[in-house]
Design a binder for this molecule. Structure first.
Ligand code: ATP
Ligand code: MG
Length: 565
């Protein structure tokens, strides 16, 4: 590509709402332009990178035996009614009507459509296993679209769906996809980790997320320092403390704690550590209020709590009026002692081994000290409710947990019979009997990967693309081509020679000042830069610099070719 004939549109200013590096750099490099919230146009430059990612994903999916197809982005309501997801999917589902007032949604995913396809196309066990995939636009009306294409509303996803007769076959394809994903992210040059994931409302058994490690990541992941245990914090189990609960030593006392509401305030006021306090969260259960008790220094894991029989998957904190009516106190002063028997009291494992603790007094501006379970407060059940923290023992019994941030770029999931059952997708087995198929689904956020790579690979000057994702591998920068026909010709010759060797090169023949040209090439992250100048021509050398280096090297043409081979 000759830049004089391309549309490179780098900019200096970035909008204030670009909070993270990848969003800023994608805008500055002119890879994307915002159309509306969560909707982005991919410029010619951005599209080159997007296509690189797409091609690596396609090659590895093909290699792993998946077969490509393409489904519509507009899906009929009736199909979504069959799985109950027309209502259940929630606000992310963009619903639309056609001129006949028929209802559709814009695809946020394609389980319904592929399962409908499978029930029509597949009828014998001999056709299984089969793994279909597509690379297609998705739309999710995210509550908070942000970070550019990282959490967009319209985005590009690779989604694959496999069909099986039997769990063993599903497990095999799941492993094949897991391995393909590891190859994809390795080829793309990303630092990533596969972590155990929560299976959520979708149901099913095994699930792993592929997380690109980056401090700006929205996900927290926990991993052991002594084994290969790694899990999304949503899923990571906090083991029960090994030490038993001490016997009560203190007497229960109500103390005044005027205006002290948070654990930090109460513990400072009473001069006890937050770990010696119990905090009580009142939430709306399926039938009335439910109290969740945690150690003061621990946080509630909402995914774990959502699995409690008493709570809906997505539960909310109770309102102040309800809390006051039920306990006689406002939030900030509630606790397990003397709580009405109608409220289930579910206690986290770590909170359950405390003795002589501080908790809310169920009377405004008071707390109890010296409180003890069983003696002063009943326990309905002990459960794992909290987020793991740095230093917790690893759930597999080996080593200690550490926490890191990650960006979810891929997800593999054993769905089991959920969708095939709902849609009646069966095949005849070798006995001629109809059997519901088992399914796996496997997603990759193609457009999110572009942003995730930049989060991992950038510096002050701009992007540092891994070679596999760079829009071009080499930039040939020609200094003052208009003043020197020899220099222009030498630049053109080098560019042609590189192309002939199969090296993806871009010729910067725009005639800009050297400084502007270099700044652009650094900003857009071209891994290798070669300068053709009058001085170099006279000396018979090329000035070369790798994007990550701070010094130039003088190379002759053969040395350059050898370096790029
Ligand atoms: P997240 O937790 O980030 O919302 P998800 O669990 O909803 O992701 P999946 O339904 O598993 O995502 O979709 C498969 C992949 O699509 C994800 O791993 C992610 O890489 C990508 N993806 C999901 N939502 C978005 C989005 N709003 N913008 C860009 N990519 C997305
Ligand atoms: Mg989501």
């Amino acid at each position: 590509m000759r830049l004089s004939q391309f549309h490179l549109a780098t900019v200096k200013e970035v909008p204030a709402d670009a909070e993270i590096a990848s969003h800023r750099l994608m805008l500055r490099a002119g890879m994307i332009r915002k159309l509306a919230a969560g909707l982005y146009t991919w410029s010619p430059l951005g599209l080159r990178v997007l296509r690189k990612v797409e091609n690596v994903v396609r090659q590895e999916m093909d290699r792993a035996g998946a077969i490509e197809m393409l489904m519509p982005t507009i899906q009929p309501r009736e199909l979504w009614e069959e799985t109950g997801r027309w209502e259940k999917f929630g606000g992310q589902l963009l619903k639309i009507r056609d001129r006949k007032e028929q209802e559709f949604c814009y695809a946020p995913t394609a389980e319904e459509v592929i399962t409908d396809y499978a029930r029509n196309e597949l009828n014998s066990y001999k056709q299984l296993p089969v793994n279909f995939y597509q690379i297609q636009t998705k739309f999710r009306d995210e509550i908070r679209p942000r970070f550019g294409v990282m959490r967009a509303r319209e985005f590009l996803m690779k989604d694959a769906y496999s069909f099986h007769l039997g769990q063993e076959s599903l497990a095999q394809t799941y492993q094949a996809m897991y391995d393909a994903y590891a190859r994809i992210f390795t080829r793309l040059g990303l630092k990533f980790r596969a972590v155990q994931a929560d299976t959520g409302a979708i149901g099913g058994n095994a699930s792993h997320e592929f997380q690109v490690l980056a401090d700006s990541g929205e996900d927290a992941i926990a991993f052991s320092d002594a084994s290969d245990y790694a899990a999304n914090v949503e899923k990571a189990e906090a083991l029960a403390p090994t030490a038993a609960r001490p016997v009560p030593a203190a007497t229960l006392q109500r103390v005044d704690t005027p205006r002290q509401k948070t654990i930090a305030e109460v513990s400072a006021f009473l001069k006890v550590s937050p770990a010696q306090c119990v905090k009580t969260l009142m939430v709306r259960g399926k039938d009335g209020l439910v109290a969740l008790c945690l150690r003061g220094d621990h946080e509630l894991n909402e995914v774990k709590a959502g699995k409690l029989a008493e709570l809906p998957d997505e539960f909310a904190l109770a309102g102040e009026a309800d809390i006051l009516a039920a306990t006689g106190a406002r939030p900030g002063s509630i606790g397990p002692v003397g709580l009405p028997a109608s409220i289930p009291l579910i206690v986290d494992r770590s909170a359950a081994v405390l003795a002589d603790f501080v908790c809310g007094g169920n009377q405004d501006d008071t707390h109890y000290t010296g409180a003890n379970w069983e003696r002063d407060a009943r326990i309905t059940r002990v459960e794992d409710l909290r987020q793991v923290v740095e230093g917790d023992p690893s759930p597999d019994g080996k080593g200690t947990l550490h926490l890191a941030r990650g960006i979810e770029v891929g997800h593999v999931f054993q769905l089991g019979g959920k969708y095939a059952e709902a849609l009646g997708a069966t095949v005849l087995d070798d006995q001629g009997k109809a059997q519901v198929m088992l399914m796996g689904c496997y997603g990759i956020g193609i457009s999110r990967i572009v942003a995730a790579a930049i989060e991992q690979c950038h510096d002050e000057a701009g992007i540092l693309w891994p070679e596999a994702m760079a829009p071009w591998r080499v930039a040939v920068c020609v200094i003052n081509p208009k003043h020197s026909p020899e220099v222009a010709a030498a630049g053109e010759a080098l560019y042609q020679a590189l192309l002939q060797r199969g090296v993806e090169a871009v010729l910067d023949d725009r005639g800009l000042r050297a400084g502007s040209m270099f700044a652009d090439m650094e900003l857009i992250g071209i891994p290798h830069r070669v300068v053709v100048s009058e001085r170099g021509l006279a000396a018979g050398t090329l000035e070369y610099r790798a994007r990550g280096d701070s010094e130039n090297r003088s190379l002759n043409e053969d040395e350059l070719f050898a370096l790029l081979d």
